[in-house]
Design a protein around this ligand. Structure first.
Ligand SMILES: Cc1cc2nc3c(=O)[nH]c(=O)nc-3n(C[C@H](O)[C@H](O)[C@H](O)COP(=O)(O)OP(=O)(O)OC[C@H]3O[C@@H](n4cnc5c(N)ncnc54)[C@H](O)[C@@H]3O)c2cc1C
Length: 584
């Protein structure tokens, strides 16, 4: 891992608005209130930590800078789950934890230890049941084909690259899509709103409009509480704060230029109308403040290749949780890792075409998931991607583009892209129009056609059934490059190094920082290498529950040293079999 993607001091994390930790005397400090567990940030990870801790009998509070919900509340509400979830069973899908593990390890690689991934897969069905027991509903059917996001009425679909890895793992649909509002969309709070409601009903204390700005530690360096900036002014100011934060988070997703103005208004309110408060955490503080994609300084520093992509996040995604962890000796890593999304399906025919860069070279199996394509496009191909079709494929894609198999937004964007397509009688003329290397494009399409005819295997591993020969002119080029047509968006994936057995934040010597835990996009997790739809929320549930559970154990004075090295055997070839890195 390159050292410039690691942060160990607050200077390494500019723009987070977090102060160095403060040593306090627990007994003489004026605490606003005291809890067993304080969860900082209420997204998928935070609500899971809070609920888990509450269900274990602890006194729990969440603190959120805004209303709670975070980026999770603006997400597609897809949770990646498998191993025989109740929804898979209802819809007659056969799956098991081993197949899920065999598939996911291609995506997750070394972001977590194999044993942790195995645990994630083995816990998956139970985590899904836990989510439904807390009110999230899934009443739809199975969408049996590959798509970037299924049409209304479907709750389960192939949300990753499962169908491209059939040889290694039996594929199963694992994208679990929470019920949305009628036929409109599941985008938004479908997943998280019921969980927040459940947390409230179970007695989790809500502390909103409060930004945690530093950690409080004792002489030994253990985390004992948090200091925060709390909105104080009257009802009208609080209403404005809610309004600007809601508008900022919606507009960042749907019309990003407007979001800046709303964020500025928020910053002014927060500057003028806050007071400093302190809350005591006896067992632990869980950091679950999301990622850092809306922190301009950090994205410029760590994600320069993704600069031109649309930043997909909400106002709280400033990396403040990572900075809080680093302020007490933690280490944030993989800060240069991100996922960029460039979906080319639907229409179902587009992935059968050839996607090239401006050198005229293909660089990815076009049938793969949009985040796999987009990340490769941004990281290795200067954000360039032009889809080459022949007349037959183009006509089919236009004919198959309808609202029966794609959602309105996808349909509208694809319609626009089709209209903007360039066309020419020959590939060479088309290349000239698109500033693509003409000789190379002809060679690329020749090789592609040979593989489509089954004369030789595709160099990028695309299955013959996913390919179509491109022979009938005129030819068409649809520009998929960043900033063209449909949106390419990006989220950050790096986070704090944690003990994978307990969720405790580790210091640079790989020892747990007492009283501090992290989860979701603030921490390293199963989604920290690559993303397929639903993996971030699923990781939030898995890591959030783990952090909540161990924060309570610490509050109860339980000995968790054995759990720090879980003796889990991974029955797959010679994979390692222990969770390491947090012995002390
Ligand atoms: C449009 C879109 C669609 C997506 N679709 C999916 C999907 O379907 N499935 C999936 O798995 N992923 C999806 N993602 C990604 C996913 O939503 C996020 O990665 C995930 O929700 C992050 O969850 P989290 O709990 O880590 O953080 P968040 O949900 O962002 O929650 C963090 C919370 O912390 C609060 N906070 C931040 N700083 C502070 C502070 N200093 N003090 C107090 N509070 C603070 C914030 O206000 C926020 O409420 C999508 C993302 C977007 C933008």
């Amino acid at each position: 891992m390159a050292s410039d993607t690691v942060a160990t001091t607050l200077n390494d994390l500019p723009g987070t608005n977090v102060e160095e930790a403060l040593v306090v005397d627990v007994n003489s400090t004026q605490w606003q209130d005291s809890f067993d567990v304080i969860v900082v940030g209420l997204g998928a990870a935070g609500v899971s930590a809070a609920l888990e801790a509450k269900e274990s009998g602890a006194k729990v509070a969440f603190i959120d800078r805004f209303e709670g919900g975070g980026t999770t509340a603006r997400s597609g509400s897809v949770m990646y789950a498998g191993g025989g979830t109740e929804l898979q069973e209802r819809l007659g899908v056969r799956d098991d934890a081993d197949s899920m593990f065999r598939y996911l390890r291609n995506e997750v690689q070394d972001a977590v230890k194999p044993a942790t991934l195995k645990q994630f897969c083995e816990d998956s069905a139970e985590n899904f049941s836990w989510v439904t027991s807390n009110g999230v509903t899934y009443s739809g059917d199975l969408f049996p084909r590959k798509t970037s996001y299924p049409v209304h009425g479907n709750s389960l679909y192939y949300s990753g690259n499962e169908l491209a890895h059939e040889e290694e793992a039996r594929p199963a649909p694992r994208g679990h899509l929470a019920d949305g509002i009628k036929s409109f969309t599941a985008f938004g709070p479908a997943f998280i709103a019921p969980l927040i409601k459940s947390a409230k009903q179970k007695g989790v204390t809500a502390i909103r409009k409060t930004r945690v700005s530093r950690l409080l530690i004792n002489d030994a360096g253990d985390v004992v509480g948090v200091e925060a900036q709390q909105m104080t002014a009257g009802a009208w100011t609080l209403f404005q704060h809610k309004m600007w934060s809601t508008l900022a988070s919606y507009s960042q997703i749907y019309y990003a230029p407007a979001a800046k103005g709303f964020r500025l208004k928020l910053a002014l309110l927060e500057k003028k109308f806050t007071k400093t408060v302190r809350y005591r955490a006896k067992g632990g503080v869980v950091l679950s403040t999301g990622g850092f994609i809306l922190n301009k300084e950090m994205t410029e520093k760590y994600l320069p290749k993704f600069k031109r992509a649309m930043k997909l996040g909400t106002t709280g995604d400033t990396g403040s949780g990572m900075a809080l962890g680093v302020s007490v000796g933690g280490i944030a890593e993989r800060l240069g890792t991100a996922t960029a999304w460039r979906f080319i399906n639907p229409p179902v025919d587009w992935p059968k075409a050839a996607l090239v860069n401006l050198q005229g070279k293909r660089y990815i199996n076009e049938a793969l998931y949009g985040a796999t394509i987009g990340t490769k496009m941004m990281e290795e191909n200067n954000g360039e991607a032009v889809l080459i079709l022949d007349k037959t494929l183009y006509d089919d894609s236009v004919a198959n583009l309808n609202l029966k198999n794609s959602r309105f937004v996808t349909w509208a964007q694809a319609k626009g892209a089709v209209r903007m397509a360039r066309t020419a009688d020959t590939l060479k003329e088309l290349a000239a129009k698109c500033k693509i290397d003409p000789e190379q494009l002809v060679n690329t399409v020749d090789a592609y056609n040979a593989a489509a005819r089954g004369e030789n295997p595709d160099s990028l591993g695309k299955k013959q059934e996913d390919m179509r020969e491109l022979t009938t002119g005129p030819f068409y080029a649809i520009n998929m490059s960043v900033g063209k047509g449909d949106i390419t968006s990006v989220i950050s994936l790096g986070g704090l190094r944690i003990c994978e057995g307990t969720g405790a934040v580790l210091n640079t010597s790989d020892e747990p920082i007492q009283g501090l835990f992290a989860a979701g996009r603030t921490a390293m997790g199963v989604a920290s290498n690559a993303y397929v739809s639903g993996l971030s929320i699923a990781d939030g549930v898995f890591s959030g529950r783990r952090a909540g559970k161990y924060a309570v154990k610490r509050a109860n004075g339980d000995d968790v040293s054995a759990d720090r090295r879980l003796p889990m055997t991974v029955d797959v070839k010679q994979d390692t079999n222990e969770i390491e890195g947090c012995e002390s």
